[in-house]
Design a protein around this ligand. Structure first.
Ligand SMILES: *Cc1c(COP(=O)(O)O)cnc(C)c1O
Length: 431
C-alpha cells in the first residue's frame, strides 16, 4: 500500500517509509491511497474467526507487500495476546473493555503493533531509530512497554513533572534497557512543543533518524480498527443498529473505527464523546473549526485542543460536511457530569468505569435519546485504577490493584530532568 500526505505536497510513500518517518516531509499526515472493502463473507463468517485472524485480514492491505504475510500473522498474534470483552450494561448500552493489555490502556495495541513493525523493518539496519514521544499519561507507558527490548530502536519519552499519576509515572520510568524517560519541568504542551521542534531541527535530524509513536504514525493508528471488529463479532447477533461512542482526544481511535466502517463493517454511527475540550462538538454545530488551547479535566487523556487526526476523518468522508454529519455525532460533558455518570454506572449496573469511559457512556445516553432502538457501545479506554483518586472519591469504595499495576509500583523510578529544548538536544545527541 502506498500512502499520500494530507498536505498534498510530498511524494507518495511506502508503508515502511511512513512508519519510519512518522510525518510526511511536508508535515502532513499519511493516508492510504486506497481502501478495498473486505468481502461480505468475512463479516458473515466472523463468528468462526479468532481475533488474530480478523486482525490479519483487516490490516493486510495496508502493510503489504512490505510485511510478508507470515510475519504479519506473527505480529498480530503477539500484539493481541489479551482479551477485548464486551460487557452488556442493559439492552441498549454495552462497553467494550480495551484495558486488558500490559499497561491497561487501549494504546497498548497500537504501540505493540508499531513496535513490531519497526523492529521488523530495522532488523538488518545498523542505523538506529529513535522514537521520540511526548505523553500526558497513557501513551508513555504503552510505548515504553510495547518497545521494550526492540532491537535497533531507542525510545525517549518526555512527560510533564508532577502532572501524570504515580502509576503512569512508574509505568514509563522503571523499565530501563532501550527506554529513557525525560521528566520535563513544564506542562504537556511544553513537552509536545519540544518534540515538534526536534522533528524540525535539521542539525538533529541529519545526525539521527527520529520518528513519532503517537497516532499520527500509521502503524499506531490503523491497528485500532481491530477493536470495532472484535466488538461486532460479540454483538452482531443482537440485531440492532450498532453505534460506537468513543471517548476522544486526538481522534485517532474513532478515526480507526471509521476505517473499519470503510472496510465494510456495518456501523450505523460514531459518537465522539468529548470532555470540555469540544472543538469537534462545536464544529458539527457551527461548521466552524476553531482549535483552542487545551483545558485540564479529570479525563485528562482527552485534554486536546487541536485533535491531530481530525484531518483524516475529513478525508474519509470526502471533505463533505453533509457526509460527515451523517456518520458522526458529538457531545461534550463537564467534569461534574462525568462524575455523576461514574456514580450512575456504579449504582445501576454495579460496574466501575474510569472517567474516560464515563464520558463515552454519556455519549451513548445522548445519542439514544433520539435513536432509542440502537445499540450503543462505549469504549472503556483505560482501567479505572489508572485514575484511582477520582474513581475512589466518586464511588467511595476502595479498588483492588490489578497485577499489571502492582508489578510496577515497587520499582525504582529512573528519569533525567530537563527544562528546555537545548537540554533535550544535548541528551539526544549524546545518547
Ligand atoms: C489516548 C486516550 C484517549 C483518547 O484517544 P484518541 O485516540 O487520542 O482520541 C481516551 N482515553 C484514554 C484512557 C486514552 O489514553
Amino acid at each position: 500500500m502506498n500512502y499520500f500526505s494530507l498536505n498534498h505536497n510530498a511524494p507518495r510513500s511506502t508503508f515502511k517509509n511512513a512508519v519510519i518517518k512518522g510525518l510526511a516531509p511536508d508535515k502532513g499526515l499519511y493516508f492510504p491511497e486506497s481502501i478495498t472493502p473486505l468481502p461480505k463473507s468475512f463479516f458473515e463468517n466472523i463468528d468462526n474467526l479468532s481475533y488474530p485472524e480478523i486482525a490479519f485480514e483487516a490490516i493486510k492491505q495496508f502493510v503489504s507487500p512490505e510485511i510478508p504475510e507470515e510475519t504479519l500473522k506473527t505480529i498480530v498474534k503477539e500484539t493481541l495476546s489479551f482479551d477485548f470483552p464486551v460487557v452488556k450494561l442493559n439492552d441498549n448500552i454495552s462497553t467494550l473493555e480495551l484495558f486488558h493489555g500490559p499497561t491497561m490502556a487501549f494504546k497498548d495495541v497500537g504501540a505493540r503493533f508499531m513496535a513490531r513493525c519497526l523492529g521488523y523493518f530495522n532488523q538488518d539496519n545498523d542505523k538506529e531509530v529513535t522514537v521520540l514521544v511526548a505523553t500526558s499519561g497513557d501513551t508513555g507507558g504503552a510505548v515504553a512497554n510495547g518497545f521494550l527490548g526492540v532491537k535497533g530502536v531507542n525510545v525517549v519519552i518526555l512527560y510533564p513533572s508532577g502532572k501524570v499519576s504515580d502509576i503512569q509515572e512508574k509505568q514509563l520510568t522503571t523499565l530501563g534497557q532501550n527506554i529513557k524517560a525525560l521528566e520535563v519541568n513544564g506542562t504537556f504542551d511544553d513537552c509536545q512543543a519540544m518534540v515538534k521542534t526536534a522533528f524540525l531541527d535539521e542539525s538533529l535530524t541529519s545526525k539521527m533518524q527520529l520518528t513519532s509513536a503517537n497516532s499520527i504514525n500509521v502503524a499506531r493508528w490503523l491497528p485500532q480498527l481491530f477493536y470495532f471488529m472484535f466488538a461486532y463479532k460479540q454483538l452482531h447477533n443482537t440485531h440492532k443498529d450498532v453505534v460506537f461512542s468513543v471517548p476522544s482526544g486526538n481522534f485517532g481511535n474513532i478515526c480507526a473505527g471509521m476505517m473499519a466502517q470503510q472496510l465494510g463493517l456495518p456501523i450505523k454511527q460514531f459518537v465522539a464523546a468529548n470532555n470540555a475540550n469540544n472543538v469537534v462538538t462545536r464544529y458539527l454545530l457551527s461548521q466552524l473549526y476553531e482549535p483552542k488551547p487545551s483545558i485540564q479535566t479529570i479525563s485528562n487523556a482527552m485534554d486536546v485542543g487541536a485533535p491531530s487526526n481530525f484531518i483524516r476523518i475529513q478525508e474519509i468522508y470526502k471533505n463533505k460536511f453533509e457526509i460527515l454529519k451523517e456518520n458522526l455525532s458529538s457531545y461534550s460533558f463537564s467534569d461534574d457530569e462525568t462524575k455523576e455518570a461514574m456514580l450512575e454506572i456504579f449504582n445501576n449496573y454495579n460496574y466501575v468505569a474510569d472517567p474516560h469511559g464515563a464520558v463515552g457512556y454519556l455519549g451513548c445516553k445522548s445519542y439514544l435519546k433520539n435513536n432509542p432502538s440502537a445499540h450503543c457501545v462505549f469504549l472503556e479506554t483505560a482501567h479505572p485504577t489508572k485514575f484511582l483518586d477520582v474513581v475512589e472519591e466518586v464511588i467511595k469504595e476502595k479498588q483492588p490493584l490489578p497485577e499489571q499495576i502492582q508489578s510496577v509500583m515497587g520499582k525504582t523510578k529512573e528519569a533525567y530532568s530537563i527544562s528546555n529544548y537545548e537540554d533535550l538536544k544535548i541528551f539526544l545527541l549524546k545518547s
